[in-house]
Design a protein around this ligand. Structure first.
Ligand code: ADP
Length: 258
């Protein structure tokens, strides 16, 4: 016997009736698994040759006298592009780990405050040298979840705020409790996003302006990672944005009522 996978949905139906819909999604589930495995394997296989290429490029760029060499500029472009490719591969791997890898691991109590204090210390390194950060963190508010994934969610949203807002702009990061929910919020004074793009932002490689995204080091996968991390934590993403004024990315996590 091959095991099969079912999706069960229960709807309220009239006053005290329930409607139960059971769907066999075995094939769908297997296809999704094949797709996930393929992406994970392909990314993994691409990692090694790219590391070798980057190694040689570094040696060539470091060779004494190489700055006078006519190849210096093309080599630097190659190094920049190889670096970008590596960032994409790392994000693809992170996505597949989040999608499937953490299923078997158990959650632990994560001190979100210490993760955020780390990010606060490193915020300038995310590119925000001239941005004005303010962090408002509830030090006692913890979350049950996966630490690495949560860290990458926070980093992605903070680095987006930096990349899509002008130097000198204010960036507010908040972590607080509200109505039995934990809320993480990043507010920027950046370029904003037109309403029609908002529903599609978490799709892989969806970008409002591809050139700007690439130019600032984006992989096009940041918000897809955010979405999957939130799914793992039963959280929700809310995006409020006004073009030319700025954006607020808010993650809302349910807290257990224990
Ligand atoms: P990217 O690497 O392109 O930034 P993301 O998945 O992180 O990929 O984001 C998808 C798109 O959403 C971006 O290309 C950008 O157009 C838009 N976006 C994300 N964050 C912001 C923000 N804080 N302000 C304005 N636009 C944003």
């Amino acid at each position: 016997h091959q095991s099969r996978t079912f999706e069960v949905r229960i709807f309220s139906y009239f006053e005290d009736h329930k409607l139960v819909v059971v769907r066999d999604i075995t094939e769908l589930y297997q296809l999704a698994q094949i797709r996930r495995d393929f992406i994970a394997n392909a990314s993994h296989e691409l990692r090694t040759p790219l590391t070798v290429l980057r190694g040689y490029l570094e040696v060539m760029l470091d060779t004494p006298g190489s700055h006078q060499n006519a190849w210096q500029v093309p080599l630097q472009h190659m190094e920049t592009q190889a670096h970008r490719m590596q960032a994409i591969i790392e994000d693809l791997l992170a996505l597949s780990t989040i999608e499937s890898g953490s299923i078997n691991r158990s959650k632990s109590v994560v001190s979100v405050a210490s993760l955020l204090h780390q990010i606060e210390k490193d915020a300038q390194r995310l590119g925000g040298v001239n941005h004005k950060f303010s962090f408002e963190i509830d030090d006692h508010l913890t979350l049950e979840g996966y630490e690495e994934s949560l860290k990458s969610l926070f980093m992605n949203l903070v680095s987006n705020a930096v990349r899509y807002s002008p130097e000198g702009g204010d960036i507010k990061v908040r972590w607080f409790k509200h109505n039995q929910q934990a809320v993480f919020e990043v507010i920027d004074e950046g370029i904003g996003i037109a309403q029609e793009h908002i529903p599609r932002l978490t799709e892989r490689f969806y970008r409002v302006d591809a050139d700007r995204s690439r130019g600032t080091g984006g992989t096009g996968l940041g918000l897809a990672i955010v979405k999957h991390v939130l799914e793992r934590h039963n959280g929700q993403l809310q995006i409020d944005s006004v073009v030319g004024k700025g954006s607020c990315f808010r993650c809302v996590f349910p807290l257990s009522s224990k």
